[in-house]
Design a protein around this ligand. Structure first.
Ligand SMILES: [Zn+2]
Length: 277
C-alpha cells in the first residue's frame, strides 16, 4: 500500500540557529532578529484550510513558544481539531548543539521536551506522541529521552527510497522512526521530501510529483514549515507569491490523491503498523 503523511513544522518565522544561543533567531528584518510569528500564524491557517478542503489529516509539529504566540492571534485549537498535534521543541533549540555549539545534557534535553509537551497540551488539549527535532538534529540521547517518556515516534531522520520502498522502522530502544524521504530528481540529483527548496523558488511541484512516483510501498512523508508559504529567506512572498506557493502545495497533494496514495497522520500510521505486526 502507498501511504503518505503531510507534516507541518510550526515554528518561529524563517528561523535560524545562532552560535552561543539556545533559542532560534529569525532571519533579520532591518537588522532585527527578534522572534516573529505572524507568517507562521497565517501559513498555519492557510495550510490547515487546504488540508481540510482536500480531506487530508495532517501532522503539525508545534514549537511550544510559537504555538503559544500563535494562539494569541488565531484559534489554534480549532485549526488543529482534525489534525495530529506533535512536538517540535520548546523554543526551536538545537538539541545536539551541532549549529549553536551549546551542549545540552540529557537531563536538559528531557526538561525541554517535557516543558514543550506541557505547553502543547495546555494549548491544544492533547499530549504529543510524536517529535521532530528542530533542524532535524537528533542523536541517540534525544531518542533515548523520547523513548523513556513513552513517545511513539520520532520524525527527524532522512532515509533513501530503496527498491521503490520507504517506511517507518524501529530504533534499538523501541522508539519508531518515521523518516523523511530522499529520492533522485530528473537530473539525477538527490531530492528531499521537505518542500523547502520549492518555497525558496528552487524547485517546482513537478519535482515532488516525480518523487511521489518513486515508491510502490510504505509511507512517504512530505514536510513544510507553516511560515514558508508566507515568507522565505529572501523576504515576504507577497499576496501573489503566497497564492502561488499554496497552489504548488495543492498540486502536489492533489496529484498524490489522484494516484490513490492514502494520507494519514503519523500517529495513526504508527498505531496501525503496530497492530499489524
Ligand atoms: Zn523547525
Amino acid at each position: 500500500m502507498r501511504c503518505a503523511a503531510f507534516t507541518v513544522d510550526v515554528d518561529r518565522d524563517v528561523n535560524l540557529p545562532e552560535t552561543g544561543r539556545r533559542d532560534a533567531i529569525c532571519q533579520p528584518r532591518e537588522g532585527d532578529t527578534t522572534p516573529r510569528f505572524s507568517s507562521s500564524t497565517r501559513g498555519l491557517e492557510l495550510l490547515a484550510e487546504l488540508l481540510d478542503d482536500l480531506g487530508i489529516r495532517g501532522t503539525f509539529f508545534l514549537e511550544a513558544v510559537a504555538a503559544q504566540q500563535i494562539s494569541k492571534r488565531a484559534e489554534l485549537r480549532d485549526l488543529l481539531a482534525r489534525h495530529e498535534v506533535a512536538s517540535h521543541g520548546w523554543s526551536h533549540e538545537d538539541l545536539t548543539g551541532a549549529y549553536t555549539k551549546i551542549e545540552m545534557s540529557e537531563e536538559e534535553v528531557g526538561e525541554t521536551i517535557d516543558d514543550a509537551a506541557a505547553m502543547i497540551e495546555r494549548l491544544t488539549g492533547r499530549l504529543p506522541r510524536g517529535f521532530r527535532a528542530p533542524y532535524q538534529h537528533v542523536d541517540e540521547a534525544v531518542h533515548r529521552v523520547l523513548a523513556k517518556r513513552g513517545y511513539w515516534y520520532d520524525s527527524s531522520l532522512t532515509m533513501d527510497i530503496r527498491s521503490r520502498r520507504i517506511d517507518i522502522y524501529g530504533l534499538p530502544n523501541g522508539l519508531i522512526e518515521c523518516p523523511l524521504a530522499r529520492g533522485i530528481d530528473k537530473r539525477g540529483k538527490p531530492i528531499h521530501s521537505y518542500l523547502w527548496p520549492m518555497h525558496e523558488g528552487k524547485r517546482d511541484p513537478e519535482d515532488y510529483i516525480h518523487l511521489l512516483n518513486q515508491y510502490d510501498e510504505g509511507l512517504l512523508i512530505l514536510a513544510t514549515h507553516s511560515w514558508h508559504v508566507i515568507e522565505n529567506y529572501g523576504g515576504p512572498l507577497g499576496r501573489s507569491g503566497t497564492e502561488g506557493q499554496m497552489e504548488n502545495v495543492r498540486a502536489i497533494l492533489e496529484n498524490a490523491l489522484d494516484q490513490g496514495i492514502k494520507f494519514d497522520t503519523l500517529e495513526k500510521h504508527v498505531q496501525r503498523s503496530a497492530q499489524n505486526r
